[in-house]
Write a protein that binds this ligand. Sequence first.
Ligand code: URA
Length: 186
Amino acid sequence: MQYTWNDLEQHIASCTQCPLCRSRRRPVIGRGNYQADLMLIAEAPGAQEDQQGIPFVGRSGELLDKLLLECGLDRAEIYITNILKCHPPGNRDPKEEEKRACFPYLKYETFLLKPKIIVCLGRVAAQRIISPDFKITRQHGAWTHRKDCALTATYHPSAILRDPSKYAIVKEDFCEVVKKRVEVNR
Ligand code: URA
């Protein structure tokens, strides 16, 4: 029997693998196109995402959509998910045990999607997916290749909300992602 998106969704919806299941309103499962070649991985759902059960619906999400559109990318053609599927209270950093408990879901998402490109949004995702000592300030926009997948990282949209001068940097990183997309689909 093949593990399906539907199985994954049901497992996440009823997950009790870490204490966040007691404080969450709704788990936030990745969203987007199941045929996407491009996967974005961020940190964890915020308060608005927790209410709606959808990734990036708050201010960071608005900003992300704007950035994507300016680079010619549409949310409907990509897949967006988080390291944690449940909101950490007060938006604190995910704890190690929460990341460990949630990681199998991300593995399944990646297995089902088989993306050609993964973009980590922010330090937490980059350190979990690319390398534990990843420095977003120095290494954003750099590419790593693993099997048939190209990986990179850029700042999280919330970092732009705190420091608008990062907008141009993230936009440049996303424009490179668009170029990479053409390259990997050639
Ligand atoms: N921030 C994240 O890291 N993920 C979301 O889904 C929303 C905000």
